[in-house]
Ligand binder design. Structure first.
Ligand code: 3PG
Ligand code: CO
Length: 558
């Protein structure tokens, strides 16, 4: 429990104007500064100038253990990044918690497992989730652990419905993961368990929508996984991938964007549909892209799309995905307990907040920021504005909604109605994920312009600002040789990198309302995203005693 009463900072006075907190999603500070670093290539006079201010710029760790991930080989991502930014604490994240639950076996002895077990003898056990070792939403080794654990504990019929990745891992790696999965399923079959792949599709157009950007994506998944209906039917999953990727054709399709498909048996019937009394496990630990499917599987009242049939299943999530909605009711591993987030402190101290992003990142600066809660702390004090995202691959419209977000941010700063104005620019991340270098350079330039405009308004209002990012992405657009770090070239072309990077992120502070002698501490070389919340309160003129000591308290002092 916390003492929520914030105390005035002994040295930093309260500001007259608002504090702008601006997250440039996927905008890393990469030490490789070549033609494939879009942040470096882009024309960014504003962020360049911020970097040059003595004592007011530093970089922060945004990956691995610094954000609660199992290992320092784990790249950062928006969930753990925004959790750390908003909570000001280091939290053992979903990936680590599932690892632990598999290691100790507690995953198989908890209430969630007990809930699905009655289906093992006479019904089918389904697994649905993202098939890769990206470690952002899920991991294959965790899926395999669950599959083996289920077979050992008597599951007689298992069906796997998977989404291909190519976004947190290289495009084309879907083939390798499916071969590996087939191997595990064969192993189970040898012990008498009927285990097969049943359906699938690319993560960006099947099942894994987020923040209700496009329910049709979830409907396509529902049709394939639950009803056994899709535009394509195949006898096996590898043939499905090879066919749907259209390699060597004029218009190859990447793993992220594969059409939905259903696997059929010799009789041409789907090898599985989801039926009453079956058990269903969503094996993603990360919430944002499985909340919609969870609602479809759990809620009897449901209007987002026509489910045609609503099977009464024993459904569990790998975790509970939404702490406010308590969704899903049943889950295999208790989620990270995140309490005492900065949002709660703001609200309990009567501070007014304006938050804005576009759909694709809206939940990042609200839901993830607030510790995986979908509600408000105090509706009177908080205004959350979502600008609807386009529903196209974002390299086609790389400006996304940056201008609109910028305008909303400026208006909120000028209104005088808010103590904190928090916004997120989605572009460097969302366009970076497409692997399109040119489009990513373009959007970094635009985002830099938007930051400049916002900082001008901060000055106009005699306010203060903090500009940062949640993880790297746009700062490296090329897959590289491990030793030389030279871009990998195949068939005369540099192979693009669609995933996040391990780069640290920028932290810049300033604004006309910030006394000249307020500087960032220089004695915290391993400071990470968990240090930002304390810094934000310092910038608002408050002392921080609640952030966990292990995050290294306060970045700011005189
Ligand atoms: C996604 O869901 O788009 C990627 O897997 C991770 O991107 P994010 O962590 O930046 O949202
Ligand atoms: Co991303």
């Amino acid at each position: 429990s916390y003492d929520f009463q914030l105390k005035p900072h002994p040295k930093i006075p309260k500001s007259d104007g608002p504090l702008l907190v601006c997250v440039l999603d996927g905008y890393g500070e990469n030490k490789i500064k070549d033609d494939y670093n879009a942040v470096h290539v882009a024309d960014t006079p504003c962020t360049d100038a911020l970097r040059a201010v003595p004592g007011r710029f530093c970089t922060l760790q945004a990956h691995g253990k610094a954000v609660g991930l199992p290992s320092n080989d784990d790249m950062g991502n928006s969930e753990v990044g925004h959790n750390a930014l908003g909570a000001g604490q280091l939290i053992d994240q979903g990936a680590s918690l599932v690892d632990g639950a598999l290691r100790t076996g507690s995953l198989f002895s908890g209430e969630g497992w007990a809930y699905i077990a009655p289906a093992f003898a006479g019904n089918t056990l389904h697994f649905i989730g993202l098939l890769s070792d990206g470690g952002v939403h899920s991991r294959t080794d965790q899926l395999y652990g669950c599959l083996r654990g289920a077979a050992e504990r008597g599951a007689k019929k298992i069906r796997v419905h998977f989404l291909t990745d190519g976004r947190d891992v290289p495009d084309g790696s879907s083939l390798k993961f499916v071969e590996e999965l087939e191997g595990v399923l064969k192993e189970l079959a040898a012990t008498g368990c009927d285990a097969k792949i049943a359906s699938g599709g690319g993560r960006m157009c099947v099942t894994m929508d987020r923040y209700e950007a496009d329910w049709n994506i979830v409907k396509k998944g529902w049709d394939a996984h639950v009803l056994g209906q899709a535009p394509h039917y195949f006898k096996d999953a590898l043939s499905a991938l090879k066919e749907l990727r259209k390699e060597g054709s004029e218009k190859p399709v990447s793993d992220q964007w594969l059409d939905p498909f259903v696997i059929v048996g010799e009789d041409d019937k789907p090898v599985a549909t989801i039926e009453d009394d079956d058990a269903v496990v969503i094996f993603n630990f990360r919430a944002d892209r499985v909340i919609e499917l969870s609602k479809a599987l759990e809620y009897s009242e449901f209007t987002a799309f026509d489910r045609v049939r609503f099977p009464k299943t024993r459904f569990v999530g790998m975790m509970q995905y939404d702490g406010d909605l308590k969704l899903p009711t049943n889950y295999l591993v208790p989620p990270p307990a995140i309490s005492g987030t900065s949002g709660e402190f703001l609200a309990k101290n009567g501070l007014r907040t304006f938050v804005c992003s576009e759909t694709q990142k809206f939940g990042h600066v609200t839901f993830f920021w607030n510790g995986n809660r979908s509600g408000y702390f105090d509706e009177e004090l908080e205004t959350y504005v979502e600008i609807p995202s386009d529903t196209v691959p974002f390299n086609e419209l790389p400006d996304m909604k940056a201008r609109e977000i910028c305008e909303a941010g400026k208006e909120a700063l000028r209104s005088g109605r808010y103590d904190q104005v928090r916004i997120n620019f989605a572009n460097p991340d969302m366009v970076g994920h497409t692997g399109d270098l040119e489009a990513t350079v373009r959007c970094c330039t635009l985002v830099d312009k938007c930051v400049k405009e916002l900082l001008e308004v901060v000055d106009e209002m005699n306010g203060r600002f903090l500009v940062t990012s949640d993880h790297g992405n746009a700062d490296d657009m090329a897959q590289r040789e491990k030793k030389t770090l030279k871009p990998i070239v195949q068939e005369g072309k540099v192979v693009s990198l669609t995933s996040h990077t391990l780069a640290p992120v920028p932290l810049a502070i300033g604004g006309k309302g910030l006394p000249a002698d307020v500087k960032l501490r220089d004695d915290l070389p391993s400071a990470g995203l968990g240090n930002v919340a304390a810094t934000i309160f310092n910038l608002m003129g408050f002392e921080v005693s609640w952030a966990e000591p292990k995050t290294g308290n306060h970045c700011v002092l005189r």
